[in-house]
Every structure is written in structure tokens, then in C-alpha cells.
Design a protein. Structure first.
Length: 175
């Protein structure tokens, strides 16, 4: 059983990430790994906190539209926080810090979407705030950019974020 000082943060695992018109690299594979992490956290009685990105009107993540909803494979348990954000950093003008403080959380396991935006910004801010962070290196993804394919972006960010976090594969994470 967990000492409940570690929480899983699931970032932007929204329906739109698997939309064929907005194809994140291996989105269904990442959702499966997120499901594994959520199940492991639940088994250890570790908190799971879901983050949803609120995009502008007309975007794939416009609030309260079908693409904005949390992926149906990741339905929160009763009482699990679902925090909406409007910036890449999940701490920025949200209740995430307060939720973690209320649970005396010191360690974060971070996974989700998109590597080079919200995962990167939230991970860096968590480190800056003094949390011990584990980035699940095979459970985050993004889109291709104009200059790089998604797997290259993911590998590059794993290397950079590995300098300030602990990197683990899904199968290595425990709570």
C-alpha cells in the first residue's frame, strides 16, 4: 500500500488526442499505458488527478464539446479531481497545487499529452515547485512538428527532462 505521498497526474488525455484529424503519435497505445498507471495507482490507493485542457472556441479542445471530454478509457473514480486549465502549465491558475497540498503529496508521476507543450511545462513547473517528479517516458505523446516527427520530439524531451526528473517506463512505475 502507498504512503499516499505520491500522486499520478494524467495530463490532457482527452478524446481529441485520438481524433484522426488531430493525430497524436500512438495515442491509443499511450491511453492504454495511462490506464495501466491509473489501475496501479488505484491498487496502491495513490491519488489520481486528471487535467483537461480548455482550448478556445472552435478548437478540438473547446470546453464541453465531445473532443474536450476525458478519454472514455480513463473515467475518474468518484471523488478524483478533474482540473481544467487554459495554459500548458497545469499549475497555472488552477487548483492543482492546492489539491496536492491537501493530500500532502511530495512525489508526482506525470504522463499524458502533449510532450512538448503541457507535459513539458507541467513537469518543469513541478520540479521548480520542489516536487520529486517521475516522468513516464513511454506514456506521453505529441504531434509531428514542421521539422520533427513525434518520436524524435518525445525522445528529445525525455533526454532534456531526464536531467531534472526520474525517467521510467510504464512497467517500472509503482506507487
Amino acid at each position: 500500500m502507498s504512503d499516499n505521498r505520491t500522486a499520478l497526474i494524467v495530463i490532457d488525455a482527452q478524446v481529441n488526442m485520438s481524433d484522426p484529424d488531430y493525430p497524436c503519435h500512438d495515442s491509443r497505445g499511450v491511453i492504454g499505458k495511462l490506464r495501466t498507471l491509473v489501475d496501479r495507482a488505484h491498487a496502491a490507493e495513490a491519488p489520481v488527478i486528471y487535467i483537461l485542457n480548455n482550448g478556445p472556441e472552435g478548437s478540438v479542445d473547446e470546453p464541453h464539446t465531445p473532443g474536450w471530454e476525458l478519454d472514455p478509457d480513463l473515467t475518474p473514480e468518484p471523488g478524483e479531481p478533474v482540473i481544467e486549465k487554459t495554459a500548458p502549465d497545469s499549475f497555472h491558475e488552477t487548483s492543482l497545487g492546492a489539491e496536492l497540498a491537501a493530500r500532502d503529496i511530495k512525489n508526482l508521476v506525470i504522463a499524458g499529452f502533449q510532450t512538448d507543450w503541457c507535459v513539458q511545462a507541467t513537469t518543469r513547473q513541478a520540479v521548480k515547485l520542489g516536487y520529486n517528479v517521475t516522468l513516464v517516458k513511454d506514456a506521453h505523446s505529441t504531434l509531428d512538428s514542421d521539422t520533427q516527427k513525434a518520436p524524435e520530439i518525445i525522445a528529445e524531451h525525455n533526454e532534456q527532462l531526464g536531467e531534472v526528473t526520474t525517467l521510467k517506463d510504464t512497467n517500472e512505475v509503482s506507487f
